[in-house]
Design a protein around this ligand. Structure first.
Ligand SMILES: [Zn+2]
Length: 428
């Protein structure tokens, strides 16, 4: 269970506390609810408290980013808060593609006096497509929020898939490539990237892959990374200790391709993910120390500690300190979904780009807007009872949708303003 964020009377972030303690403080009137999501309380009597260092950790992904706050207690490091943050890059891309199509259509129409518009746009250095930039903004927004809620002292981010420095350990043996050492994990991540996560011999994807010596070790093949590839279990067994020329005698094309790819060094650019670096650079602007780590190390740490694969667990296992982190049993992360803050578009389009329906007149109706967290109390009818959730849509005639209930505004009570994210997890 995620801990509850605690603010002092003067809004200084204190150590997050257990939900049971938060309930007790609230019951005794020593604290009040500050935010529903993520759940934060503000103390009414204390201005300061004992603080241990808390590290913000992130494992940025293309669809989901894992976030974790790891506190350094005297008894060891422990996850105190974690979340899976789902991005909305694909929705941004789809919306921009739509807009571009409609514009092209409009401008292609017969408008004699429309001036030519081309070659008049520049891009700043470090520009990223809006769909990717939104990921950077999501992560930095959450870093900024968490800085206001917890005594964070440093940030650790996974920025590269593998670390070429850690890979170059001399004297690494065959078994170590398969399991065990950190260097072995970095090598694996390197090979996965280089061979596109596929079996080199049959092209199989999404199957367990083993590291294979292209020129077999028993025939004097080297341990160098240029002699290694990835093979699925059947191919690896079928090839066994046969020379690759013999094994692929019937597929000379593939043989040539494997030989060429084995020799080609993986360009650094291939291992670098522009978005991940942009995230790291943005976090640096907040002024706290930020360190960058490899995915190979994360995987090594997670496997060595026997944790399951999850974005937030990966985040907790990032970096050198990730080798010794306690994830409390049955811990549930907060699920955060980036939703955006509504559109500026006034009218809807039909699928040909023509306006459809009435133009939107206001973003807020009776003080509510789409995305607000609200409580709905229905006195009668099918929806009778109390419901808490995110308002899915508001309508200018004064009826709002929450879950499946479509009810008039007077039955809603605002709990928290829309903040661009939707949450799914029980609060304390
Ligand atoms: Zn295969």
């Amino acid at each position: 269970m995620n801990r509850v964020f605690v603010l002092s009377r003067t809004r200084t972030p204190l150590m997050p506390c257990h939900p049971a303690r938060a309930r007790k403080l609230l019951r005794h009137g020593r604290a009040a609810v500050f935010r529903r999501q993520p759940f934060t309380i503000i103390l009414s009597d204390r201005e300061a408290g004992e603080i241990q260092p808390v590290v913000f950790k992130a494992d940025p992904g293309s669809k989901t980013t894992g976030l974790a706050l790891v506190a350094e207690f005297q008894r060891g490091r422990q996850v105190v808060w974690a979340a899976n943050l789902t991005h909305r890059g694909h929705r941004i891309k789809a919306a921009l593609t739509d807009r571009r199509m409609f514009r092209r259509g409009r401008r292609g129409r017969h408008c004699r006096y429309r001036p030519a518009r081309f070659d008049n746009r520049t891009r700043k250095a470090g520009w990223l497509p809006p769909s990717l930039m939104s990921r950077v903004n999501n992560v930095s927004a959450w870093y900024s929020r968490l800085l206001d809620r917890t005594p964070i002292t440093a940030a650790q981010v996974e920025t590269v898939r593998f670390d070429t420095q850690a890979m170059q350990t001399p004297g690494i043996s065959g078994v170590q490539y398969q399991q065990g050492t950190l260097a072995g994990y970095e090598v694996r991540e390197y090979l996965l990237e280089k061979w596109c996560r596929r079996c080199a011999y049959c092209g199989a994807e999404n199957v367990p892959l083993e590291i294979d010596h292209i020129h077999p070790k028993s025939r004097g093949g080297s341990e160098r990374i240029s002699n290694l590839t990835l093979a699925c279990v059947p191919c690896n067994q079928a090839k066994s200790n046969r020379p690759v020329e013999d094994f692929l005698a019937r597929d000379l094309k593939r043989l040539a391709r494997i030989k060429a790819q084995a020799k080609a060094p993986l360009k650094d650019a291939a291992a670098v993910n522009a978005t991940r670096y942009a995230i790291g650079d943005t976090l640096k602007t907040f002024g706290l120390p930020v360190s960058f780590w490899s995915g190979g190390r994360t995987k090594f740490n997670r496997t060595a500690q026997g944790y399951a694969k999850a974005h937030w667990i990966d985040a907790a296992c990032v970096g050198e300190e990730g080798s010794d982190v306690k994830v409390p049993y049955g811990f549930q992360p907060l699920i955060i979904q980036a939703t955006g803050r509504g559109r500026r578009r006034v009218r809807g389009n039909d699928r040909y780009g023509f306006p459809r329906g009435k133009p939107r007149t206001q973003k807020r109706v009776y003080g509510f807007q789409t995305g607000d967290l609200a409580e709905l109390k229905c006195l009668a009818g099918k929806s009778a009872g109390a419901h808490v959730g995110r308002i899915k849509s508001i309508r200018s005639r004064g009826w709002f949708v929450l879950d499946k209930h479509d009810r008039p505004a007077r039955e809603f009570r605002l709990l928290q303003r829309a903040d661009g994210y939707a949450y799914t997890a029980a609060t304390a």
